[in-house]
Design a protein around this ligand. Structure first.
Ligand code: NAD
Ligand code: ZN
Length: 358
């Protein structure tokens, strides 16, 4: 095994206000014969102006993705099967939306060229063939899904990504104008995903100078946006988009940690969404991230956000067990957070107690 990870990155990046207008020029060289481009668009934009600005040509198709729940393997398979039935093959899949829509686009692209179900590929390096051309266009900033080598899916037995060198986008279009109308709470939860990535990466045992450089930059941007600024403006959208990118780059070469490992259990059992789930957990883990949690609480207060409490109050012991199993299954996250002896530190009892507080 190689000592140093040699990781695949996004092929092309365009950044800037209005860069979405270049989409037609960007896609043109990737159109194959008469095969359509598929625009997978967050359902929030159905009937909105952005949908009319999509450069639909020939047989191209816009599909509005229902992201009420986070992406499931069944949803990915149904989308890919429907495209194969309708078109045989497509030129590419373009995801326009938050982390959920971008993840769906990555996964559907991969499943156009790989047999079976997306559930067969949940894990590390199980994907064997490149997908079709794929591009990601975020309309929310924070997850880092635009730069990551994974697409997080809830499958029949686990919530786990299709991590592979074939997973990163061929192209991303970072246009901060697209995030302008995001609701305040959602924008905060997704923004905190980035902040939490930074804390988990910068305090983790996997940290190296590569991760640290990106993590520190993302952290500075988050502090400026969520603590120094008094009102949200274009500058905040510009900076949060770059914070998300840098935060994603930071964890590409390290890992996330306690908040994510615990939040995955919530999400698996209760369907709690990623951003808000991380915030719910972050509120209670000062033992692991004393400074990060204190600063997080200041951000919550300054931005006037309510973090839900008591979400586990009706959870049964069997269900606690399920959450604990899902969470402890995320071994690299725990190892990054607590070191090689993490199993001695984070026992089932300790984790049960933590879930009980949420
Ligand atoms: P999301 O994509 O789940 O969207 C949240 C809500 O915001 C949805 O209701 C959506 O319709 C709405 N929305 C999106 N853009 C909007 C806009 N501009 N204006 C108004 N509403 C808008 O939220 P998210 O936090 O960006 O993504 C979370 C997802 O990302 C989870 O599924 C998580 O697993 C995934 N994720 C993936 C990675 C990765 O590396 N692949 C990393 C972190 C999180
Ligand atoms: Zn995250």
């Amino acid at each position: 095994m190689s000592t140093f990870r040699n990781f695949k990155m996004v092929d092309y990046v365009v950044y800037g206000r209005g860069s979405f207008n270049q989409l037609e020029d960007i896609l043109a060289p990737h159109r194959k014969d008469d095969l359509p481009m598929i625009f997978l668009v967050d359902h929030f934009f159905e009937g909105k102006e952005l949908a009319n600005r999509i450069p639909v040509r020939g047989a191209d198709k816009i599909i509005f993705a229902d992201v009420t729940y986070e992406p499931k393997t069944t949803q990915v398979d149904a989308l890919a099967d429907a495209l194969k039935d309708e078109f045989g093959m497509v030129s590419g899949v373009i995801g326009i939306g938050g982390g959920s829509t971008m993840d769906l686009a990555k996964a559907v692209s991969l499943m156009m060229n790989n047999p079976g179900s997306s559930a067969d590929y949940q894990g590390w390096d199980l994907v064997k063939r490149p997908g079709v051309y794929k591009a990601g266009i975020p309309t929310l900033s924070g997850t880092g899904a635009e730069v990551s080598r994974t697409t997080v899916l809830t499958g029949p037995t686990r919530k786990l990504g299709m991590n592979s060198d074939f997973t990163p986008f061929n192209q991303i279009v970072l246009d901060p104008e697209l995030t302008a109308n995001a609701p305040v709470n959602q924008r905060f939860y997704t923004g905190m995903d980035c902040y939490i990535h930074c804390i988990e990466s910068l305090t983790g045992t996997y940290l190296n100078e590569f991760s640290k450089s990106y993590g520190e930059k993302a952290l500075d941007l988050c502090r400026y946006i969520f603590l120094e600024k008094d009102t949200w403006d274009d500058e905040c959208d510009d900076k949060l988009m770059m914070a998300s990118y840098a935060g994603g780059m930071s964890i590409a070469y390290s890992q996330v940690g306690v908040a994510h490992a615990v939040s995955y259990g919530l999400s698996y059992l209760l369907g709690t969404k990623h951003g808000i789930g991380n915030c719910i957990v972050m509120n209670h883990i000062e033992e692991y991230y004393p400074e990060g949690v204190a600063e997080f609480k200041r951000m919550v207060e300054k931005n006037g956000i309510e973090i839900p409490q008591g979400i586990c109050k009706n959870v049964s012991e069997d269900q606690f067990d399920t959450m604990i199993n899902v969470s402890l299954g995320m071994k690299p996250l725990w190892e990054n957070a607590l070191g090689k002896d993490w199993e001695k530190i984070m026992t089932r009892e300790k984790l049960r107690e933590l879930y009980g507080k949420l």
